[in-house]
Design a protein around this ligand. Sequence first.
Ligand code: BGC
Length: 343
Amino acid sequence: MRSDFGTTAKGDHAALYTMKNENGMEIAVSDYGAILVKVLVPGRDGILRDVVLGYDDVSGYECGTLYFGATVGRVANRIKGGAFELNGNTYTLTKNDNQNTLHGGTDYYDKRMWKVEEADDSHVSLALHSADGDQGFPGEVDIRVTYTLTDNNEVKIRYHAVPVEDTLLNLTNHSYFNLSGHNSGTVLDQEVMICADAFTRADEESIPTGELLLVEGTPMDFRSGKPIGREIHADYEAIKFGLGYDHNWALNGSGYRQAASMYSGQSGIEMKVYTDLPGMQFYTGNFIEQEKGKEGAVYRKRQGVCFESQYFPDAVHKEQFEGPVVRAQEAYDTTTVYQFQLK
Ligand code: BGC
């Protein structure tokens, strides 16, 4: 179902595409920013809860700076020094996070109108043409993001692109989840499990040093699952630098596999995260401050958490990290799934 989502400052009419499944789940995606706006999941009491943070209409997303539900590209996370070399040429990006580039630089993909190519009750495909030189990156590329809601309660996000020239691609979704409901306070008592024996050590500016550190015996160990808040104030370098959790975990295994899970004892809702990518940024909303959101909600620090599947941050400067170079005419094709059930 297509509905009106408001008009942008430039005068573009934004639309919201709503999908429903046979279990009563519902999601909504906007053609502004290819943003995941709503994820409604029935709790154990049968009541539908919206489990992602967001805004009521397009103007909220235009003004917002926290990437609620956003499709992030061309390269999610950080590139040190806002520059990189590819095939002997140096490319310069905008610096929007200290001296580094975060989430593509200031001309964000989630602040543009995307073109809807297909839409029905279970999926929507959105396309973005990114020109040669867009955000400073080389090579023209047509990007397609498809959101599908399955009857297995999966929100499946597939990213597909074939660049004309060699370039970098690392697309992700920046939804903030709160499984008790977007307007229910912090997520600190909700449980998270991350399928990773190691994470990428980073400096004060969240730039990886290139080392992998084992999570064993540290507050970064989520392998058996624990409440998010249990060690979030620990006296540990990574936690101090990140002001909480804001790190890339090196996921165990390869190929499409489970990356993480999250659970709210209050609603009974469990979410499992699956991806075919090597890394995942687990970010605990450390920078949310009094943000006016959907349905009159005011979001605060740690009211939602992100599971951003990705190539490791700053991989372009680290030979030992895979990606994110995609060669001309080669397909970039990756899928991340957020699946919901009652536990
Ligand atoms: C980054 C955080 C940043 C946030 C913005 C995350 O992907 O890792 O450092 O503040 O995005 O909402």
